[in-house]
Design a protein around this ligand. Structure first.
Ligand SMILES: *Cc1c(COP(=O)(O)O)cnc(C)c1O
Length: 461
């Protein structure tokens, strides 16, 4: 291994065994799972790169803090500890925990709607965010930068908004019909790609001009802040904490799945800068949905672990290693010719299966087909981020075609070693070498909403 990657700033003190089951058994298990890796049992998976959500390892500081959870229903000490950490990081006034990101979404998104058919515009809506917008009777429109589609071409901030498209949407739908601009950082769906501070500032300017609220969907704001430090010269000498603070200064609301950069297994956050009316509305909504506003679906101990994790995720040694893990896997794959979203983003390597298997039509889900082959080859579980995930158009019922058919190899935080990632690369390269023989899929059962989680398939002949 070339010594150009950052060292892990920690050592291992607790282990969890993993096991590779035999090839015949993998064939059987995948068939039983309806060719949908979401339906596999984790014990039948060797290296699990399904998601980085809630799958990371906690530090001994977090495990220690867990013991100090105050389980009072109202006014828990643990809530106030968490509130103080989040206020410190964001500079916002009103803080509520939620059980996870989508819990925060179900509370806040409907509260932003004044009438039916309003529009949210995002650099790219994450899938649950899109679902909550649509369930609330609103419309989710995306305005990602064109560079995000040019998989093989380097661009430092592929997560950016296309600012012209953003403004065009506002003008054509009229500002009074726009419920908010959602800045997803990092932009998960296009490859965990960062958004530049320059772009966030420009979004704020546009929002101010039209009087629209800005929402940060910031599951990975710490990773985004470190990318800004690495790639935007103005910030090379600023701390990640200061960069994050400036990022938050350009928004009104912060929603977070704390299962990512909160370094916890469960948790979410709602933070509101200063809109007291909105806070009050969310406070009313959160009670029947998530729980009393000082626990929001979390145990006191969860809030303790999150308060510690939020600070740890801003450590620059940790972030340097985190981003290099992803880069390492990406580098190995690129060397073998596997087409990936380049450069790699913050939490995953995105393999462009549309480029890899051009013989499979989009509505036979090439990335799902490759994901299945990866499991069969070596027990590695990845996830489709393409036309299967995008679903059908709610009006016409037609299968929407994704810009890219990605398979996401998602790296859990502080969990796998470079050796594990080397194995993942070798396994995928074997699949890549027989890519021409991979076949598409057809539905056995299609779930009506967020269909990638529960649908089942049969491989085409
Ligand atoms: C994971 C995620 C969510 C949803 O959070 P959950 O904790 O999975 O409910 C929302 N937005 C983004 C960008 C995410 O990555």
């Amino acid at each position: 291994m070339k010594n150009t990657y950052a060292m892990p700033p920690y050592k291992i003190k607790m282990i969890e065994p993993i096991r590779l089951i035999g090839k015949e058994e993998r064939i059987l298990r995948l068939k039983e799972a309806g060719y949908n890796p979401f339906k596999l049992r984790s014990e039948d998976v060797f290296i699990d790169l399904l998601t980085d959500s809630g799958t990371g390892a906690m530090s001994h500081f977090q495990w220690g803090a867990l013991m100090q959870g105050d389980e009072s229903y109202a006014g828990s000490t643990s809530y106030y500890r968490l509130e103080s950490v989040v206020k410190n990081i964001t500079g916002y006034q009103y803080i509520m925990p939620a059980h996870q990101g989508r819990g925060a979404e179900q509370v806040v998104i409907p509260a932003l709607l004044k009438h039916p058919g309003m529009i949210f515009i995002s650099n790219t809506h994450f899938d649950t965010t899109r679902a909550h917008v649509e369930i609330a009777g609103a419309i989710a429109l995306d305005a990602p930068t064109k560079e995000s589609c040019e998989t093989l071409k380097f661009h430092p901030f592929k997560g950016n908004f296309d600012l012209i498209k953003l403004e065009d949407i506002i003008k054509s739908y009229k500002k009074e019909n726009i419920a908010g601009i959602i800045v997803t950082i990092t932009n998960n769906s296009v490859g965990g790609q960062p958004v530049s501070m320059e772009n966030i500032r420009a979004v704020r300017k546009i929002a101010n001009h039209y009087g629209i609220k800005v929402i940060i969907d910031g599951a990975r704001y710490a990773e985004n802040s470190y990318f800004i430090k690495l790639r935007e010269t103005e910030f090379s000498n600023k701390s990640v904490r200061d960069i994050a603070k400036e990022t938050f200064s350009y928004a009104d609301i912060f929603l977070m799945s704390a299962k990512k950069d909160g370094l916890v297994n469960i948790g979410g956050l709602i933070a509101i800068r200063d809109d007291f009316e909105l806070f009050r509305q969310c406070q009313t909504r959160i009670v029947p949905m998530e729980g009393f506003p000082t626990y929001g679906g979390l145990a006191g101990r969860d809030m303790e672990a999150l308060a510690v994790g939020l600070d740890e995720a801003l450590s620059e040694d940790y972030l340097a290693y985190r981003l290099d893990e992803v880069k390492f896997l990406g580098d190995r794959l690129r060397e073998a010719g596997v087409p990936i979203q380049y450069p790699t983003g913050g939490h995953a390597v995105f393999v462009d299966c549309g480029l890899m298997c051009p013989h499979i039509p989009y509505d036979e889900f090439p990335a799902q087909a490759v994901t299945n082959e990866l499991y069969l080859e070596g027990g590695v579980r990845a996830v489709e981020i393409g036309s299967l995930l995008l679903g059908r158009d709610p009006q016409s019922g037609i299968n929407r075609k994704a810009d890219q058919e990605f398979m996401r190899l998602t790296i859990p935080r502080r969990t796998y070693t470079f050796q594990h990632l080397e194995y993942v690369a070798e396994t995928l390269i074997k699949v890549y070498q027989r890519r021409d023989k991979i076949k598409g899929l057809k539905f056995d059962y299609e779930s009506p909403i967020l269909r990638h989680f529960t649908s089942t398939f049969t491989p085409k002949n």
